[in-house]
Design a protein. Structure first.
Length: 528
């Protein structure tokens, strides 16, 4: 008997069909990868298993856990099962954790809720399980708060909460999407080790085939609420039959065509730039400290060039980007755009600043949800002091340039998909016709096919508008696909630089080798 058996599961919410005849199983000690893009039904399948479906849900079929049908199980029985029998790891750890509770209290909460021990025993169990997921007591006491941890460390806390009572089944919903490549590799190794040590089943949900390529025993491909293909993980990519599976595979390694050629003259010059911060004092009488986030960085970007900047979280990439945009004053060095300084004394040079724009990782978070798209895209006009008389015509034209319709001006941002929101973010960045566009993790949260479309769009726009890109990303496959040269940053310094293909094929620095080795890789599949 399988640990989890999903048998012809169907789901509708207020009459709208969501899942249709979904069937697959998870055995003890088995890793099943459930792969598909946003809207494919992956997370709703997990919610059906956990009994977390929204109001208005009507289900059909069976979801059997150790022989018990969860669809007919009472809420009280599901509460006893969640955490003890089935654990879940969510995509965004910061929203899964309580910001005002310590990590020790949050891990211990699972034990206390299930009355599996006294408070002292629960805290002891919290310490034990945090050690197990790689958060030792000397560096991560139980008194730490989530905001004091990195993204990867927070995800380890969420995993600790999920396995505190040694569940037989663990569901991990996009557990590595927002993490850099080395942290992602560490989390995947941790999950694989926990499966091997505890013999539990793991249902690993992801939109990225590369994440599960080396660890899943079984692959389940979902599209539009249905399972379109499934099979054993070993050799799965050589047996792909369904067009959707093949499309996902091709999109994962998509390389856009770039017509633009870099010129010989420099557009951006960064000369010996350093940026320091003053960390909070540990006590009233403690001496003031300085933390150097960017340390003597120098590089040049030529006109029409696409330059990649890679490195782990906390290496200084985003701090450097803010300095280039004039949002962070530097203590040392100089930043020039086409020969003109970004900073004039202690103030940003607005005439230079208008020639640079940025596209952020989370478009929804960077937009005011109360404004219509027309106002959102026109927002950079405030740098000019006033909107031009024909600003609506300019917004409509720019929306069409990024593959949207002029009529989209009258909609709100919540009415668009993730890929469409990113297109709107690109339109906003281009409305002033800048010369340099900084893309800060601009495609890291997108599905692979949407990511391929956005990369194609950026390649096309660079040729049509003569754009120069600084592409900041932890996704090495993206950097390899779209950049001419790459800089590798570690602890505030550039440790390696060169032409993209040369750096990836023959890295010189040990840190670069570590990054490349940690990146998920799809197997080579011979063309038919």
């Amino acid at each position: 008997m399988s640990l989890l058996a999903i048998d012809r599961l169907s789901l509708a919410i207020h009459g709208a069909p969501i899942l249709r005849d979904v069937s697959f199983s998870v055995d003890q000690g088995q890793i099943v990868g459930v792969i598909g893009e946003s809207g494919s039904g992956k997370s709703m399948t997990a919610c059906a298993v956990m009994g977390l479906l929204p109001a208005g849900a009507q289900t059909g079929g069976r979801v059997l856990f150790e022989g018990r049908d969860l669809l007919s199980t009472s809420e009280a029985e599901m509460c006893a099962l969640r955490g003890a029998g089935i654990g879940m790891v969510f995509q965004e750890p910061m929203t899964a954790l309580n910001p005002v509770q310590t990590i020790g209290a949050q891990v211990a909460e699972t034990v206390l809720i299930h009355r599996a021990g006294t408070r002292a025993q629960a805290m002891a169990r919290a310490r034990e399980v945090l050690e197990r997921v790689g958060l030792p007591a000397d560096r991560f006491p139980l008194s730490r708060y989530p905001h004091e941890l990195s993204g990867g460390q927070r995800q380890r806390v969420v995993i600790a909460m999920a396995i505190a009572l040694r569940p037989r089944l663990l569901i991990a919903d996009e557990p590595t999407t927002a993490l850099d490549v080395t942290t992602q590799a560490q989390i995947l190794r941790l999950l694989k080790r926990l499966v091997a040590e505890d013999g539990m089943g793991l249902m690993l949900i992801t939109h990225d085939l590369g994440v599960v390529a080396d660890m899943a025993d079984e692959m389940v491909i979902m599209k539009d609420g249905e399972v379109v293909e499934r099979g054993a993980g070993q050799g799965f990519f050589g047996r792909m039959k369904h067009p959707y599976t093949r499309a996902l595979f091709e999109a994962s390694s998509h390389v856009p065509r770039r017509a633009a050629q870099a010129e010989d003259r420099a557009l951006l010059e960064v000369k010996g730039v350093s940026r320091d911060y003053a960390p909070a004092r540990t006590s009233l009488l403690a001496p003031a400290r300085r933390f150097r986030a960017v340390d003597g960085v120098s590089f040049t970007i030529r006109r029409g060039e696409s330059l990649g900047l890679v490195g782990e979280s906390g290496c200084g990439k985003s701090t450097l980007a803010r300095a280039i945009l004039g949002l962070e004053e530097v203590q040392e060095g100089e930043i020039l755009l086409d020969g003109a300084p970004v900073f004039s004394g202690h103030h940003v040079n607005l005439a230079v600043r208008r020639r640079m724009q940025v596209v952020f990782q989370d478009p929804y978070g960077s937009f005011n949800p109360r404004w219509k798209v027309a106002r959102l895209v026109a927002e950079p006009f405030h740098l000019l002091g006033a909107r031009p008389p024909d600003w609506r015509e300019q917004v409509a034209e720019m929306l069409e340039n990024v593959g949207l319709a002029a009529a989209d001006m009258e909609k709100y941002i919540h009415e668009f998909s993730g890929g469409q929101r990113q297109r709107i973010a690109i339109a906003r960045a281009l409305i002033l016709r800048p010369e340099l566009v900084i893309l800060d993790e601009a495609v890291s949260a997108l599905d692979v096919s949407i990511r391929a479309q956005i990369l194609d769009l950026l390649a096309d726009l660079s040729g049509r508008f003569g754009l120069t890109y600084l592409f900041i990303s932890h996704d090495l496959s993206v950097v390899r696909a779209i950049t001419d040269r790459v800089l590798v940053m570690r602890a505030g310094r550039i440790v390696e630089r060169g032409r993209t293909q040369e750096v990836f094929e023959n890295p010189q620095h040990d840190y670069t080798k570590t990054l490349i080795a940690a990146a998920p890789k799809l197997p080579q599949v011979a063309a038919e």
